[in-house]
Write a protein that binds this ligand. Structure first.
Ligand SMILES: NC(=O)c1ccc[n+]([C@@H]2O[C@H](COP(=O)([O-])OP(=O)(O)OC[C@H]3O[C@@H](n4cnc5c(N)ncnc54)[C@H](OP(=O)(O)O)[C@@H]3O)[C@@H](O)[C@H]2O)c1
Length: 318
């Protein structure tokens, strides 16, 4: 099968298209013939950083080949002996083995059935592949950790990005009053996702405009930014950080304001994928794919993500 192997951590030139054997499946796994995959900032980060690569993929010492990627949509072509949820021919999607070695940049992927859900028949593979790591991150931030309730004021940073554009839609679906932040050129896109208010983070100071948010999802890698988010929360609010780790000093500030803080690491979950599938099917959640690349162009998809200016999701079709 074709696969995009990472020779060693570094630039996109280290992503090499090659032919390798189709993987076998364990009792709990299905073999998925992949139609589409999606690319995330973490793919780019681990490609470029040896330590992050070893840690996030949980690699054994000499594990080869190293294949990046976690987000897939495709068709089950083989089911392990203990698989109960899926059969050959089912269209499935999900985030495979995060954290761990997902091996998604390939023609076939062996995936635990517990990480997958049936793909809605009314959406294309690329829109399903898009709604995996990014959509699960939005789900786990807003539902698992923040437990957003109707009427609550929710701030979504980087609202036009992969995670952000799902988070705006999910928060709105939960009945929240949603404030989306992005740069000015994304104003209509973010309001079109259902945000009630828009803040241009480049020209406006959000913590001066909002001081009583119930929940904030902060995806900016900057300790000063997470402090600003804390200032925009009401006492007793919830702060979900996707990047910045909390220092001891910051944890004290959270405690003083009675804010519950969580530094999220997204995890594979087929049950949550099934809820995301139901939302996609009903149009509650829509994947906005702003760039679709061929498998040969996968390195270019990495470069696109590296701009940090993409709207919605970037996908690769096989
Ligand atoms: N902890 C976890 O488990 C987890 C899971 C998923 C993602 N993440 C992290 O969360 C971040 C967002 O992920 P993503 O998939 O949404 O990324 P993405 O799709 O690449 O995000 C692109 C968006 O980020 C915005 N942006 C870039 N720099 C910004 C800044 N300094 N301030 C505010 N917005 C900025 C841009 O908005 P404008 O163009 O409007 O400026 C752009 O629309 C990434 O860094 C990712 O690594 C963490």
């Amino acid at each position: 099968m074709k696969a995009m192997v990472l020779q060693q951590a570094g630039g996109v030139e280290n992503l090499i298209k090659t032919d390798i054997p189709v993987p076998g499946v364990s009792a709990q796994e299905v073999l998925v013939k992949v139609n589409s995959i999606s690319i995330n900032p973490v793919d780019v980060f681990v490609r470029a950083n040896e330590n992050a690569l070893r840690y996030v993929l949980q690699l054994e010492a000499d594990e080869q080949p190293v294949i990046l990627g976690w987000d897939i949509s495709g068709v089950v072509v083989q089911a392990g002996s203990a698989v109960r949820k899926f059969r050959t021919g089912d269209e499935v999607f999900g985030m495979v083995n995060f954290m761990g070695h997902g091996r998604a940049y390939a023609g076939y992927v062996a995936a635990p059935e517990s990480h997958l859900a049936l793909k809605p028949q009314n959406i294309p593979h690329q829109e399903a592949a898009a709604a995996t790591l990014a959509a699960l991150t939005a789900y786990q931030s807003l539902i698992t950790y923040a437990n957003v309730k109707p009427g609550e004021k929710v701030i979504i940073h980087a609202a036009a990005g992969g995670v952000g554009h799902y988070a705006v839609q999910i928060a709105k679906h939960l009945g929240a009053h949603v404030i989306g932040l992005a740069s000015g050129e994304n104003k209509h896109f973010v309001l079109g996702l259902g945000a009630d208010e828009f803040i241009d983070y480049k020209t406006q100071v959000f913590e001066e405009l909002v001081k009583d948010a119930d929940v904030i999802v902060d995806s900016v890698n900057d300790p000063a930014h997470i402090e600003r988010s804390l200032n925009a929360l009401r006492p007793g609010g919830r702060l979900i950080s996707l990047l910045t780790f909390f220092s001891d000093e910051f944890n004290l500030k959270l405690k003083e304001k009675n804010v519950s803080g969580h530094r999220l690491v997204v995890s594979s979950d087929g049950d949550q994928m099934a809820e995301i599938a139901a939302w996609l099917e009903k149009g509650v959640l829509i994947s906005h794919v702003s760039g679709a690349f061929s498998f040969d162009e996968l390195p270019e998809a990495h470069l696109r993500i590296e701009t940090r200016k993409t709207r919605g999701k970037i996908v690769v079709n096989l």
